[in-house]
Design a protein around this ligand. Structure first.
Ligand SMILES: Cc1cc2nc3c(=O)[nH]c(=O)nc-3n(C[C@H](O)[C@H](O)[C@H](O)COP(=O)(O)O)c2cc1C
Length: 185
């Protein structure tokens, strides 16, 4: 190993960042909505359509998902960076994140949790399985509806138009500069 390569210790996960940031919406039993910012989310199966999110048990949203067994992944863009950071630093135990950020809840198609109007894409999910993984819980969601703004998505995102948010670590974020050439060409 080259001596120029430093041991990163407990920052190991940052070697897998930047990661696409999502805003997960969920509801309590009375239907009151919350938003949690997540970087640890990815697709895991096409048929059945499954995604996974990794959420620490101390998050307020963790308990809501355990109770209601559903959630929505909303995809924000750089215009929503402030709101996205806010939802990742404050807890729904203490604040109404829709009220504080001004983000707009709209009814989802298949689940009780709302979508966020200002986001460009939405994946509505019901809880398929939960797996404990160290200090986080993996919630595997079955995608029951998935839709996107046609101005910024057609087969793939138009990354010039939709400046998706990528988390590097801490309070640092980045976005994609431009489209990458077709790797099969
Ligand atoms: C960019 C960013 C990414 C985050 N990713 C995750 C994550 O993947 N899993 C997690 O448990 N917390 C993550 N967090 C922390 C939660 O969003 C944060 O603790 C939030 O305040 C919890 O809200 P809640 O208590 O209302 O559920 C992230 C925070 C930020 C700012």
């Amino acid at each position: 190993m080259s001596e120029a390569k430093v041991d990163v210790g407990s920052s190991f996960y940052r070697l897998l960042h930047p990661k696409l940031v999502v805003l997960l919406t969920c509801v309590d039993e009375s239907g009151k909505a919350n938003i949690i910012t997540l970087a640890w989310a990815m697709p895991v199966s096409i048929q059945p359509p499954l995604i996974v999110v990794s959420i620490a048990p101390r998050r307020y949203s963790h308990g809501l998902i355990e109770k209601t067994k559903e959630f929505v992944l909303n995809i924000p863009t750089m215009e929503l960076l402030k709101e996205t950071f806010f939802c990742g630093r404050r807890s729904g135990r203490d604040v109404d994140k829709f009220g504080e950020t001004g983000l707009t809840p709209l009814p989802a198609r298949k689940v009780k949790a709302p979508i966020i109007k200002e986001c460009v894409a939405h994946l509505e999910c019901t809880l398929h399985k939960r797996v404990e993984a160290g200090d986080h819980t993996l919630f595997i969601g079955e995608v029951v509806a998935a839709y996107a703004d046609k101005n910024v998505f057609a087969q793939t995102y138009n990354v010039e138009k939709a400046k998706l948010i990528y988390h590097m670590g801490g309070a640092e974020f980045t976005t994609l500069a431009s489209k990458v050439t077709d790797a099969t060409a």
